[in-house]
Design a protein around this ligand. Structure first.
Ligand code: CDP
Length: 228
């Protein structure tokens, strides 16, 4: 008898839509592992910045992604052995991440690493292409959205909380540019997977969004059990 597959919940959405917070809390509630796939693109961007690799040198960019020496420990993210949890959150790194994420060989280089996060008893993965490309057979796919205003305000609070300076006008402009780049690229563009549940979190608290995802997951599990 074959082992049952390891369950996966994917949560995709645009920048600052709240997917990270929601995905982490859902993972915590279910006792599942958590993959912050955006962090892998941000880590690659940080490594590229530090090594002064040019955006035109596609080969070197893909190599940087392929040889990313990173590990995750709770909320802490390490590049080589340095804790870069805060360094990867600044907007310059986010913007560079979005530029290099448009390069197919970079995406390919991070593919296997992302799959390796699927471990017992389950995984919640957040990003842009979790439900469309990386885990297309996930048992539950969610696409989170929120208005630009709500997202800019969330990002503003996040940055201020971390002690960074931020400005709402610049943030809204950055968000809009990043959304356009992520949605219009040819490789794994940001879009809802066909079977994804859409959740607009503009007027929702994180707790409400988490409760909704857990409800969908319970329903999907019950349906799956019935059909076995
Ligand atoms: O925090 P925010 O939502 O702005 O971004 P993130 O999830 O940390 O991801 C940073 C960048 O990586 C995004 O702007 C995307 O361009 C890229 N990314 C991607 O292309 N595919 C993913 N699965 C996750 C992130």
């Amino acid at each position: 008898m074959s082992n049952p597959p390891i369950p996966v919940i994917t949560i995709d959405g645009p920048t600052a839509s709240g997917k990270g917070t929601v995905a982490q809390r859902v993972a915590q509630h279910l006792g599942f592992h958590y993959l912050d796939s955006g962090a892998l693109y941000r880590l690659t961007a940080l490594s590229v910045m530090r090594r002064d690799i040019s955006l035109d040198d596609e080969h070197a960019l893909a190599k940087a992604a392929e040889h990313l020496h990173c590990h995750f420990n709770g909320a802490h993210i390490f590049l080589a052995n340095e804790d870069v949890s805060n360094d990867i959150r600044v907007e310059t790194v986010g913007n560079l991440a979005s530029k290099i994420a448009a390069i197919p060989t970079v995406r390919q280089a991070l593919y296997g690493l992302q799959l390796s996060f699927r471990q017992h008893p389950g995984l919640v993965a957040d990003g842009r292409d979790m439900g469309t490309v990386i885990f297309p057979h996930a048992g539950l796919k969610v696409f989170l959205t929120a208005s630009v205003e709500a997202r800019a305000l969330r990002r503003y609070k996040q940055l201020i909380d971390k002690g960074f300076s931020a400005n709402m006008e610049d943030l809204s402009k950055d968000l809009t540019e990043r959304d356009a780049r992520d949605s219009n690229r040819s490789s794994a563009p940001l879009k809802a997977a066909e079977a994804a549940y859409l959740l607009d979190t503009s007027a929702m608290t994180a707790d409400q969004a988490v409760a909704q995802v857990l409800e969908w997951y319970a329903a999907a599990k019950a349906l799956h059990a019935q059909s076995e």
